[in-house]
Write a protein that binds this ligand. Sequence first.
Ligand SMILES: [Zn+2]
Ligand SMILES: [Zn+2]
Ligand SMILES: [Zn+2]
Length: 455
Amino acid sequence: MKSARKGELIFEERPFTHVLDHSQQGQRCHSCLERSEHLKKCTACGLLRYCSLACQRCDWPIHRRECPCLKQVAPNVPLDSVRLMLRILIKTQLLEKEDQSTTETVWRRTFHDLMSHIEEIQVDPSRSQQFAQIVYTLRELCQGQLDLPPVTQLMEVFGKVTINSFTICDGDLQAVGVGLYLGASYLDHSCQPNAVVSFQGQKLMVRALRDIPEVKPSNIFISYTDQLAITEDRQRQLKEQYYFSCQCCRCQDISLDRLLKSFVCPVPTCTGAVCRIQVGELLPCGSCGMNSYEESYRRKVEDTFHHLIQDLQQIEQAKKAKDLDKVLSLCQKCLNPDTVMVLHSNNLLHIQALDRGLDVAIDLGLWEQALKYGLQLIPLYIKVYPSGSPQVGLLLLKVGKLELYLQRLECALQHLQQGESIIRVTHGRFHELYCQLSELIDQCTDELRVHMEHS
Ligand SMILES: [Zn+2]
Ligand SMILES: [Zn+2]
Ligand SMILES: [Zn+2]
């Protein structure tokens, strides 16, 4: 059996079918998902846009059948989930007898092989409701154009799609689409994965995060969830979305959760942390062992916790409303000196506030402020993300870019090089993100040389 070295490409594949994320409409090609300034509309439906004739031709076998369906509900645009269902129904009808598999044999799978979890979906009220809505819209779409299979079969397809589809991300981990990948749907989850998925356009790539002695589907694990979360939240998400309980080593290890729930020890001379397990329940300080807390301290911890939860919710709302100034002022509120005196820097809520603060400061062009947040985040990210996570690499890239822009060249070079060693593994040397990073390193090295010559 073949082995894989850290950073090696385990396999890559094209989607069985995919759709462009609605938010990217008009910016990216519906077929290859690449950004383009010269998108051409399908003249029939006026909805799908392609970067080239080649992309349009490539999509035509499916779009030929999808197009009249979309046309008959225009100007309404069905949800991405409905469009993905429709395309899968078309593709499975088209390929009834054809080989639907990926090329490499161990990853060979057909749509038929996918798990659907129908029993779980039937007893899940929110999923059942979602299914009913999808069926309703599909009927409207397909009326007189396409024969829909019976409801039981539709539910099977729905189950396979919801359990197995991948969010397709660009280099910055922003969602650009959603697709079904037959080979990659073999891969199981671990919160401490040994492989990582990245995308180049619509192509999915799986790379080894560390040396894997024996490469076979049952030995490869990727993460299905946001890894910046406490165990109970990750587990709930996995249960709700994928119907399983994770048993990985990270889920068994309580030390990380304690870190993410920590508050500053009230003993003035102590720099340790007190873990808030749940409402009103505090563990002894990990450093000085202090365990009898005054009521005022307990109250401060609870108040801080609840205010931050509220503020972070408001940040999400303000982000949705694209009110950037409000996002920034809320982040500043979360990170004010009074709060930071109680909230330990390792606390998840602190990390989340810094994270949102970094992004919004970048969006507002406040480079100094962004850099301040970014620098605080680096050691925290390294502590809480599994080692070699792409998120850590991306953060280092962001910070390095800010430092380069602000002419802190030595720091910039150091952070960009640290980012490079991660992105090289997670994305590979040919990924556009890696190329962008290499260019920044070159630019930084050049500018440093010029500086040295002048001083
Ligand atoms: Zn294209
Ligand atoms: Zn069309
Ligand atoms: Zn786990």
